[in-house]
Structure formats: structure tokens, C-alpha cells
Design a protein around this ligand. Structure first.
Ligand code: BTN
Length: 263
């Protein structure tokens, strides 16, 4: 099936996520675009996919390199009936769904790095950006944006990324149908979102921990201007990283960039 409006709409017909589906040859950012649709009342499950992004956005105000013809840039609207404090776990849930999918293509090399980077062979292949609109104590909607490097080759990567990024093609040594990857991705997101809305994050957390080499390791987290150090004890049911410092004090970290301290 062609990676265009007709091919994608046919592939997503009747699915919980992907009806309605909007496809754009070029979007500034699928997250920004779908945020506007959500504000106009678009329903849960609305999906936006673009062939390229001219201002693809990452966490921490970084940009997401989004060249045409090779990757998946997608955003979906979710409207979970949960307390806003539980919402950060949705991005970790997405990481698990992506990791499980990519494991089929790249067995035993897929890992998760808190909060939601998906790595293959130690290099980043997927990023998740979740954004939320809250009114009072109610979640109006969550935008879950997912970018997966699919058919990009090493020469196509932004030189600023150095040797830190990869794609499915680089890892599995073959080309992939972007329509097929998109459908399988959102089937998996749907599966985990059903678990999340019915049973919370706890059962998904167990899967997350299986994909992460961070637990029990000494880690550093840059959170705002603070550099926090400690041993990772796990993640809590809200998706926060739990780290224990040298004095045995546990701290919950809600946002930041984590890395394992080697040595
Ligand atoms: C990160 O790792 O920093 C998150 C990257 C998220 C990129 C995706 S691509 C689709 C969606 N639209 C955006 O502008 N960003 C997300």
C-alpha cells in the first residue's frame, strides 16, 4: 500500500486509532497540527501522519530531524479519563508498545531509556513527545507524537546526531513498508492503551522494566539545571524515575535526560 492519504486510510479502516486519519505531504509538526484539531473537538483516535516535518519537535525543546520519503512522523489524540498526575505514564506506555513492535524486527537489541527513548543497539531509533491540555483537574486531551526512523540510511542522518541515531533499515538490513509499520505501531498502542485505561500503568511498568537496562545501575539525570546522581531503583506507577542517592534517600524524578554512568 502506498504511503499516502488513500493507502493509509484504507490500511486503518475500522481501527480504533486512525479513524479519522489525516495525511500531509508536509507538516510543520504533526503534534502542533493535531493539537489544533483536538482544540476544535476532534475525537479520541484521530491520527495525523506526515511524510515530512519542517519543524519536527522533540523533548526539551529539541528538534526532530524529519526528512521526506523515509520515516514515520505521527500523532494521535487520546482522551483518557484519569487524574492528570497519571498522564506522564502514557509516554512510557508508548515506549513499551514501540519496543515490543521493534523487537519483532530486531530481536534482543531493543532497549528503553527513561523516560521514553527507544534504542536499538544502543542508538536512538524512536522518540515520543506527549503533550497535554488540562482544564481544572480534567484532562481535555493528550497528544501522543511518535517518530520512528524507518528507511533512513546512515548518510541521511543529521551530522549533529553523530553516531547516536539509527533506523530500522540500518539495523535489519532491509527496507520496510511505512504503512505496515504505522498500522502495527498503532495496533500495539491501542492494545496497551486499553490495558492502561482499564488497569493503570502497573502491568505495563513490568514490561517497561524488562526493556530497560537502567534498573540497579548508577545513573545521572539532568533535570532542569540540576544534575542528579544515584542508583536507579525503578519507576513508579506514574512513570517517574525512582533513584536512590548515596545516603539512601529515594527521589522521584518527573522529567529529565538520563544516562547510565559507565565504570
Ligand atoms: C524526542 O525524542 O525528543 C521526541 C521526538 C518526537 C518526534 C515526533 S515526530 C511526530 C511528532 N511530531 C513532532 O513534532 N514530534 C513528534
Amino acid at each position: 500500500m502506498e504511503f499516502n492519504e488513500y493507502g493509509l486510510r484504507a490500511a486503518f479502516q475500522g481501527k480504533k486509532i486512525g479513524c479519522p486519519l489525516y495525511f500531509f505531504d508536509r507538516a510543520e509538526s504533526t503534534n502542533s497540527l493535531i493539537f489544533g484539531l483536538a482544540e476544535e473537538g476532534a475525537p479520541e483516535g484521530t491520527l495525523v501522519i506526515a511524510d515530512r516535518q519542517t519543524n519536527g519537535r522533540g523533548r526539551m525543546k529539541r528538534s526532530w530531524h524529519s526528512p521526506p520519503g523515509v520515516n514515520l512522523y505521527s500523532s494521535v489524540i487520546l482522551k483518557p479519563d484519569i487524574d492528570p498526575s497519571a498522564a506522564p505514564a502514557i509516554a512510557l506506555m508508548a515506549g513499551v508498545a514501540v519496543a515490543e513492535l521493534l523487537t519483532v524486527y530486531c530481536p534482543s537489541t531493543v532497549h528503553l531509556k527513561w523516560p521514553n527513548d527507544v534504542l536499538v543497539g544502543g542508538k536512538k531509533i524512536c522518540g515520543v513527545l506527549s503533550e497535554i491540555k488540562i482544564s481544572g483537574k480534567k484532562i481535555m486531551f493528550v497528544i501522543l507524537g511518535i517518530g520512528i526512523n524507518i528507511n533512513m540510511q546512515s548518510a541521511d542522518f543529521d551530522p549533529s546526531l553523530g553516531d547516536t541515531a539509527t533506523s530500522l533499515r540500518e539495523e535489519a538490513k532491509r527496507m520496510f513498508s511505512r504503512v505496515e509499520v504505522a498500522v502495527k505501531l498503532f495496533d500495539n498502542i491501542s492494545k496497551y492503551y486499553d490495558i492502561f485505561t482499564s488497569s493503570g500503568f502497573a502491568p505495563i511498568k513490568e514490561k517497561w522494566l524488562c526493556y530497560s537496562p537502567m534498573v540497579g545501575r548508577d545513573c545521572e539525570v539532568l533535570s532542569g539545571h540540576d544534575l542528579l546522581r544515584g542508583k536507579v531503583a525503578g519507576i513508579d506507577d506514574g512513570g517517574a524515575l525512582v533513584m536512590v542517592d548515596d545516603d539512601g534517600r529515594a527521589q522521584r524524578i518527573l522529567a529529565g535526560d538520563a544516562s547510565i554512568v559507565k565504570g
